[in-house]
Design a protein around this ligand. Structure first.
Ligand SMILES: [Zn+2]
Length: 599
């Protein structure tokens, strides 16, 4: 079988194909339930006669209704990720999105009425056990109350989003996933067609000129499409500026903070501490330059392999390594991770038309998540596998929560994934005898940490600056490029020279399009994991059940409450620095290995 053309996952537990009658039935059920829901509960929530039983019944029905719609929607999403080219995939996704939009309008009253319940009455009702099980969801929702508009306005906004911000993110996705590149590999006489993902994976290739050429070709295609890409950015940023104005958010990041349950001062401190530690990254870059024997370190050299043998790790070997490392922690991590392979819920190989990058698609309680990778066989892809399976296990473990508490708070979204990567690294380091391989492993880990902390901080700073500028007027492609350059230069200092085409580095980052201000969550998640991992090393087996409980908690409590049993205080200013102290220790471990290797 040609695995490059067949999706690796089996979506049949959802539906057999887009024309499956069961899918149409579920959509019909969704519409029917929405109508009944509106008839039964409209006007009765924000009412003096509201009882705990009625509120609990409404919440239960609301959950059921979402489940009817989520299954077709998630199926359509997965199908589109698997191959975005067929019209039937596009059509199904569009049809379900439109239907969801109609249904959302119909049931929008519910969350709005929840906001209008008098606070004293709400506190009373929340104490009743049948309501208390939805407590965190309700409190989270009511935090948005001051910024919510009337039902008519909310409805109109949702309707206009279809041809507004949703359309621009869809355009970005369709355009960038349609890019096919023609590229000549060393030793080959003819160019061949490759995806953007395959070009980006060449940043790990031992040939220096090839790395720069591949990244330049990738970025140049984005430059050639600057008109459309800049327009997507400008419109999405303007949309957010208008929304900030309409809803009177005190700050452009307010909705993110409300959603993440983070405080502006906390995140600002996290970012400042990160910037104060940029020197650590520069120390690493200089060491890597020495290891590579270069006079000048370019940003296309950051991920260069140290050995001349570009190790290729077959997928089944990668699977075994990740599962062994999870098993060393607990079989409760390893078993659900192994299920992704046995139940065919992972699509691993790159194909034209397939979504780029890697992700784990959460589903809902009672329905197993799916993982997508673009596995090319380099050691970093093994780390990505550990990352996505970490997410996967998190969603399996939080499956005991109700639908509203299934997803972890956003800054916790990367905890299990990054922890999974850390387990893999230690497992590999412990098995390894050869100091040269140990050096490579530590370099890979430090590069990952740099990519998830320092680089994400740069991305967040760029994103904030772009939004602030957009509020004052249209940005040209050059304006974006200049902002991008400036914030990257702060990290690289005199340690790294950026290649000219890197001006366009901003234009391919999907997070800016699909998940505004998401990137600081990576910084948060990584530093949290470094602290958690250190505790695991200190406390050993006693730590394991507390960590698993953290994952099982999903989004049922605010971040700090979830962390209390682990003895972590997010308001402690020393907390974030501790994460970087651990990075400094890893760097020293590496420096010692390098010094010993010389003698
Ligand atoms: Zn992740």
């Amino acid at each position: 079988m040609d695995t490059r053309n067949e999706p690796g996952w089996d979506l049949s537990p959802l539906y057999t194909d887009p024309d499956d009658p069961a899918l149409a039935q579920d959509l019909e059920q969704l519409q029917k339930t929405a109508r009944t829901f509106r008839r039964d509960f409209r006007g009765r929530i924000a009412s003096d006669h509201l009882t705990a039983d009625l509120l609990a019944a409404a919440l239960h029905n609301y959950e059921q209704l979402q489940r009817w719609g989520l299954k077709p929607y998630l199926y359509a999403q997965l199908l589109f990720s698997e191959d975005s080219r067929p019209d039937r995939h596009k059509a199904l996704l569009a049809r379900i999105r439109e239907l969801w939009s109609t249904v959302s309008e119909e049931v929008l009253f519910f969350e709005l009425e929840l906001l209008r319940i008098d606070e004293e009455r709400f506190v009373e009702l929340s104490r009743e056990p049948q309501v208390a099980q939805y407590g965190h969801y309700l409190r989270q929702l009511r935090a948005h109350a001051p910024y919510t508009l009337s039902e008519e306005v909310e409805q109109a906004l949702k309707r206009k989003d279809l041809s507004g911000k949703d359309a621009f993110s869809q355009l970005f996705e369709e355009l960038t996933s349609s890019f096919v590149f023609s590229f000549t590999f060393p030793g080959e006489s003819e160019p061949r067609e490759v995806t953007g993902e395959e070009l980006l994976s060449l940043l790990h290739h031992p040939d220096r000129a090839l790395r720069e050429e591949a990244f330049s070709v990738f970025l140049q295609r984005h430059a050639d499409n600057a008109l459309v890409l800049t327009s997507c950015f400008n419109n999405l940023l303007l949309d957010h500026a208008k929304e900030t104005e309409l809803r009177r958010y005190p700050d452009i990041m307010t909705p993110t903070h409300l959603a993440n349950e983070t405080q502006p001062a906390m995140v600002e401190r996290l970012m400042e501490v990160t910037e104060a530690n940029y020197g650590l990254a520069q120390r690493y870059f200089k060491l890597k330059k020495e290891l590579l024997g270069l006079d000048e370190m370019k940003n296309t050299d950051l991920y260069a392999p140290l050995g001349t043998d570009a190790r290729q790790i077959p997928l089944n070997q990668a699977r075994d390594l990740v599962l062994e490392s999870f098993r060393g922690f607990s079989h409760e991590l390893a078993d659900p991770a192994g299920d992704f392979f046995t139940a065919k819920r992972i699509d691993a190989m790159p194909r034209p038309g397939k979504a780029g990058g890697a992700f784990c698609q959460p589903m809902m309680p009672g329905m197993s998540p799916y993982v997508l990778l673009n596995y090319t066989g380099n050691p970093r892809d093994v780390a990505t596998l550990a990352h996505e399976l970490g997410h996967g296990v998190h969603f399996v473990l939080s499956g005991g929560q109700n639908l509203f508490h299934y997803n972890a708070p956003l800054p916790f979204a990367e905890t299990a994934s990054v922890f999974g990567e850390m387990l893999l690294t230690r497992h590999l380091l412990d098995r390894e005898q050869d100091p040269r391989v140990k050096i490579e492993l530590l370099c890979a880990k430090l590069e990952d940490i740099i990519a998830t902390t320092f680089r994400q901080n740069v991305l967040t700073r760029f994103e904030i600056a772009s939004h602030q500028r957009r509020a004052q007027g249209l940005l040209s492609p050059d304006d974006y490029s200049e902002l991008w350059w400036k914030h990257n230069a702060a990290l690289f200092g005199d340690a790294v020279t950026m290649i000219p085409a890197y001006r366009w580095g901003w234009s391919y980052i999907g997070h800016f399009i699909h998940a505004r201000f998401y990137c600081y969550s990576y910084v948060f998640g990584e530093l949290l994991v470094l602290a958690l991992y250190r505790k695991y090393k200190e406390e050993g087996a006693a730590f394991v059940p507390r960590y698993l409980d953290l994952l099982r908690g999903g989004g049922s409590r605010p971040p700090q409450e979830l962390l209390d049993p682990l003895g972590i205080d997010l308001t402690d200013p020393e907390f974030w620095q501790k994460g970087y102290d651990f990075v400094a220790e890893l760097l020293e471990e590496l420096q010692t290995l390098v010094a010993n290797a010389k003698t």
